[in-house]
Design a protein around this ligand. Structure first.
Ligand SMILES: [Zn+2]
Length: 270
């Protein structure tokens, strides 16, 4: 159901020309990411696989490098929609296809007396930057080196530009505390998701690391709508490099940690 490699190769040429190599050490030179939705798309996806690829991928001239790195306004992006209050704990947005799939899963779970609510959906670059820099202020004091500070934050939080929450495909369900899912109601909900989530396209990306997965610690709450996110990861790996991860305090550690190899790709293989 995904694009062939042919159009991907066509994309690489204009993208290579458009990539700029500004210094990570000068985040003040970044333009305001929220305004980048007004930018012209850097590439236009030309696909001959329209019959087999989800509409939001075929028509995605808007899936630019900025999109992949969360530098757009999801509140006004045509693929995104606000999640109804019956399925969320606060105002949040996801992609329309993600919501349609979640709604089917939500209804099926209710029939088994399991209530699923989204507690976190799409986050922009700036929102992730706020999370990251708040933690950075603490960890750069508590840890011995910038790399150690970054790795401490990276146990559970992403660098801006590297979060799957940028894509509108990934959601946190019911809680963001591991202890919640290890007994009682939370355990029942987690077991239901493990048994049924895949039928609706949702997969746990941050599974236990004892089988060699790199990156973030286990997250029982984080589920990805893989029919879309799998494709975005392919785009990401084709276009984005560690040098593109910049514009926030501590971004100079991205290359040292090899953030894309070890964290963006540090997911369970399905
Ligand atoms: Zn998450």
């Amino acid at each position: 159901m995904f694009l062939t490699t042919k159009p991907m190769k066509l994309l690489l040429i204009p993208c290579a020309i458009l990539i700029t190599f500004s210094s990570c050490a000068n985040p003040g030179s970044e333009t305001a990411p929220q305004s980048s939705n007004e930018n012209k798309p850097s590439v236009v996806v030309v696909s001959n696989a329209a019959d087999t690829v989800p509409p939001s991928i075929v028509s995605d001239s808007l899936v630019t490098n900025d999109f992949l790195m969360g530098k757009f306004n999801y509140r006004t992006h045509p693929f995104f929609i606000k999640v109804p209050a019956t399925m969320s704990t606060k105002e949040l947005y996801v992609q329309k296809e993600t919501l349609e799939a979640f709604q089917r899963m939500h209804e099926a779970a209710l029939k088994d007396s399991v209530s699923l609510k989204i507690v976190s959906g799409t986050r922009s670059f700036n929102e992730q930057k706020n999370i990251w820099e708040t933690k950075w202020k603490k960890e750069i004091v508590a840890q011995k080196t910038p790399k150690a500070a970054a790795l401490k934050i990276l146990e559970y939080s992403s660098m801006p530009s590297t979060s799957r929450h940028h894509w509108g495909t990934d959601i946190d369900i019911n809680s963001v505390e591991g202890a919640y899912f290890r007994k009682g109601k939370g355990l029942k909900e987690y077991n239901w998701l493990v048994a049924n989530g895949n039928k609706f396209g949702f997969y746990q990306t941050y599974t236990p690391k004892d089988k060699g997965r790199t990156g973030y610690s286990v997250e029982e709450w984080h589920w990805s709508y893989l029919p879309l996110s799998k494709k975005y990861l392919e785009y990401y790996n084709a276009r984005i490099t560690n040098n593109d991860i910049k514009g926030f305090t501590g971004c100079e550690t991205a290359a040292e940690i090899d953030i894309i190899q070890n964290f963006v790709n540090g997911i369970e293989k399905y």
